[in-house]
Ligand binder design. Structure first.
Ligand SMILES: [Cu+2]
Length: 141
């Protein structure tokens, strides 16, 4: 599931590098972040999202409210430089497949979304857990 993850650092060093990279992203895109909220409860994904725009900084926030481990796996991060914060650990990957989320934990993915479409996501641990994020190419300037 986790492909090509490079661990850049943890704690203070990771935060410092994170700040530098985030400034770089901010310079590339003047648009505010767009958010997708995903909660997992009773083995079910619940998604809340605003209309997403292409080539904009995008944050997917996944919270596991169950007392078992779940997986958020998707092709949505393919070919995108993605910053993942999972249980206080920050990692960066160019082609990640998602992340496992421990009980009661949250994961935040930050990336720039570049291809329109319907992106499925799923839990590889529980094969009937599925959800979808919609990116229509609306409002692109
Ligand atoms: Cu699961």
């Amino acid at each position: 599931m986790l492909q090509h993850i490079r661990r850049v650092g943890e704690g203070k060093i990771g935060m410092l590098i994170g700040c530098v990279l985030m400034m770089g992203v901010a310079q590339v895109s003047a648009q505010p972040e767009q958010h997708v909220e995903v909660s997992i409860k009773d083995y079910t994904f619940r998604t809340t999202q605003m209309p997403l725009q292409l080539n904009a900084a995008t944050v997917i926030h996944v919270k596991n409210e169950d007392n078992v481990r779940h997986d958020f796996g998707s092709t949505i991060f393919q070919n995108s430089a993605t910053r993942v914060e999972n249980g206080g650990v920050i990692t960066y990957g160019d082609n990640i497949g998602g992340a496992f989320i421990d009980p009661g934990r949250e994961v935040t993915f930050r990336f720039v979304i570049e291809r329109p479409g319907r992106y499925q996501f799923q839990c590889s641990i529980h094969s009937d857990m599925k959800g979808e994020i919609l990116l229509l190419s609306v409002g692109a300037v």
